[in-house]
Design a protein around this ligand. Structure first.
Ligand code: PPE
Length: 306
């Protein structure tokens, strides 16, 4: 689906009209993938428009930048405020937000340290990442033949643009093979994550999710789901998983900002549970909905009103 245009994009401190937010073709990041980014959602409830866990996302942006020695020439507070102002200026009541910091136009060659760090924040309306039907009925996934990048190859803890080439290979393979999404294993063969989502399984009422040693991006939705689960009285264990743990699970689901909470009903042609979203994922989806509606006082701080 083509990107839906809005009025402004924030570029290096200025609000620029959408069609004028351009960069040079010799920008470092275009050639070498030297950028770090975030994906955030804004929602609307009866109290107004809010950004979900904005500060946590911007902190992760700065952490990704730290790994690559990128100095972002703004503070976390300035980026948060610019993001809110961007939503106000675009009169957007809900949508997706994409802050990105990247090595810009300066020098060619692999040493990025002399190229400027450009910072951009964009926002646009974006619906269900894996489809509305996916959220309702569950999706079909396959274990990718491409392994997740290793923690000592390209650190998955950094949300860096170039690293997504790994996810793209897995995603293309899954789509061409007729699936909705890929599940990647880590270099040792343990379950890692989806192309753009973390993964959970439910077995005998307990939730399990892979740890950072399995080459995951530590998802903010993953953290939200872990905290919601504990609040609902479920036990959550961070643990290495093998592919048969997925096949034999009662429930399996993905979490992510773009995807939200998506049940997986089939993996490698094996039906998960009875092939329908199970009670735990249903419960989590409805708790997440309540959270967004502002009806969860424990987690009010996560709703940053614009
Ligand atoms: N793993 C990966 C590899 C990943 O890209 C994401 C987010 C997650 C886990 C979940 O993280 P979080 O959003 O903090 O819960 N993927 C983003 C980008 C998707 C895209 O296509 O672009 C997202 O969901 O915004």
């Amino acid at each position: 689906m083509p990107i839906q245009k809005v009025k402004f994009i924030w570029m290096n401190g200025k609000f620029v009209p959408w069609d004028e937010a351009n960069i040079h073709v010799l920008s470092h990041a275009l050639h070498y993938g030297s950028g770090v980014f975030e994906g955030i959602r804004a929602y609307e409830n009866e109290n107004g428009t809010f950004i979900f866990r904005l500060k946590d996302h911007i902190i992760r942006l700065f952490e990704s930048a730290k790994i690559y020695f990128m100095e972002i020439p703004y503070s976390i507070e300035e980026i948060c405020e610019a993001t809110k102002e961007l939503l106000r200026k675009n009169e957007l009541r809900a949508g997706y937000i994409r802050p990105i910091a990247f090595r810009g136009y300066g020098e060619m060659g692999l040493n990025p340290l002399n190229s400027p760090v450009d910072v951009v924040i964009a926002t646009w309306p974006w619906g269900a990442y894996l489809g509305e039907e996916g959220i309702e009925k569950g999706i079909r996934a396959k274990i990718s033949s491409f392994k997740r990048i290793d923690v000592n190859t390209l650190p998955p803890a950094a949300k860096a643009t170039g690293q997504y080439i790994n996810s793209i290979l897995a995603k293309i393979e899954a789509i061409k093979d007729g699936y909705d999404e890929a599940i990647l294993l880590d270099q040792r063969g343990f379950v890692s994550e989806g192309s753009g989502e973390n993964i959970f399984i439910v077995k005998n009422g307990i939730l399990y999710t892979p740890p950072s040693a399995s080459g995951i991006l530590k998802g903010i939705t993953r953290d939200t789901v872990m905290k919601l689960s504990e609040n609902l009285g479920y036990k959550v264990v961070e643990q290495e998983l093998v592919r048969t743990d997925l096949y034999l699970a009662d429930e399996v689901f993905f979490t992510g900002t773009a995807a939200e909470i998506v049940p997986i009903r089939e993996i490698d042609h094996r039906t998960i549970g009875d092939g329908k979203p199970g009670p735990v994922v249903r419960n989590l989806q409805s708790s997440f909905k309540q959270l967004i509606q502002g009806k969860y006082s424990e987690f009010e701080d996560w709703l940053d009103y614009v």
